[in-house]
Write a protein that binds this ligand. Structure first.
Ligand code: 48H
Length: 259
């Protein structure tokens, strides 16, 4: 059997540190920073990277995919309503039609294909990294994100005080799901008023999300469930078509802004 190459511990450590630092240094200045690596953030990232933009997704967890692994109630079948099944086709995710206009796929298969598509397109990731605050300049223009390692931000202030760092971008996307964390930072500063997502009403919610996906503040686009929270729209429950198409629309808006 062929032997493994004679590479030692220090070489492995050096490879990790060097490659991480190189990428981080490069993405400190990006075309678009997306906060949140769930279905809407991954779709937006994939489309932006495919269009040749430099895009990084900041994700507080180690894993990517947000709520897209599980369909609902801890059951790993995800549902998608027409017309979003075209995304399943595009990503090569096997699915079946269980009712007219209602499609089902395996959560792990769907989610991993979406993550892979974003990676293949060239999206970079800062995982285990939490969005903490905004970089706001003239006339309230949003120009970047203040970030820290998730384990550091999770520690109580009494036992640690490690300042965050900032990364700059021309545009940001809030894809943080129910919490709408980026929009909420604007709210803390009196720049916007969020309404909180409404009760479940699937027939209305996804069309409304598509209508409202857009720029909420100069330099900030909101996608996915964060749109419901921002505008007080009904939630849709465990179905993901609106998340995928909202991410796609968010990317189109970013691209038109970057032109
Ligand atoms: C870094 C953060 C931070 C932070 C959060 O929840 P998600 O899957 O979001 P969407 O909008 O792409 O999809 C929502 C969908 O999964 C869902 O929950 C649905 C359809 N619910 C319907 C209903 O009725 O409830 O992903 C958001 C991601 C997660 O991975 C978070 O960890 C991450 O954002 N995130 N990352 N810094 N401050 N906050």
């Amino acid at each position: 059997m062929e032997k493994f190459s004679p590479v030692g511990e220090k070489d492995i450590t050096r490879a990790i540190v060097t490659e991480f630092a190189k990428q981080f240094e490069e993405y400190v200045e990006s075309d678009c920073v997306i906060i949140g690596g769930g279905p809407s953030g991954l779709m937006a990232g994939r489309d932006l990277a495919r269009a040749g933009k430099k895009v990084i997704i900041v994700e507080r967890n180690n894993y990517l995919g947000g709520g897209f692994w599980i369909g609902g109630y801890l059951m790993n079948k995800v549902t998608i309503r027409h017309p979003a099944e075209r995304v399943l086709e595009e990503l090569g995710i096997p699915y079946s039609e269980v009712n007219r206009g209602l499609f089902v796929a395996d959560g792990p298969h769907a989610c991993s294909k979406l993550i892979a598509a974003a990676c293949d397109a060239g999206v970079k990731f800062a995982n285990m990294t939490v969005f903490e605050d905004l970089v706001l300049k003239e006339d309230g223009q949003l120009c970047g994100a203040v970030i820290n390692w998730t384990p550091i931000s999770a520690l109580p202030r009494e036992i640690t005080c490690v300042d965050p760092v900032a990364i700059e971008s021309l545009v940001l996307i809030d894809a943080t799901g129910h919490d709408a964390q980026v929009v909420r930072k604007l709210e803390e500063r009196g720049l916007i008023k969020t309404k909180g997502f409404g009760a479940m009403w699937v027939e209305r919610s996804e069309d409304l999300i598509m209508e409202h996906t857009g720029e909420v503040h100069p330099g900030l686009i909101v996608t996915g469930m964060a749109v419901s929270t921002t505008y007080g729209l009904p939630r849709m429950g465990p179905t993901f078509g609106g998340m995928l198409l909202s991410g796609e629309k968010g990317a189109e808006i970013v691209l038109s802004k970057l032109k």
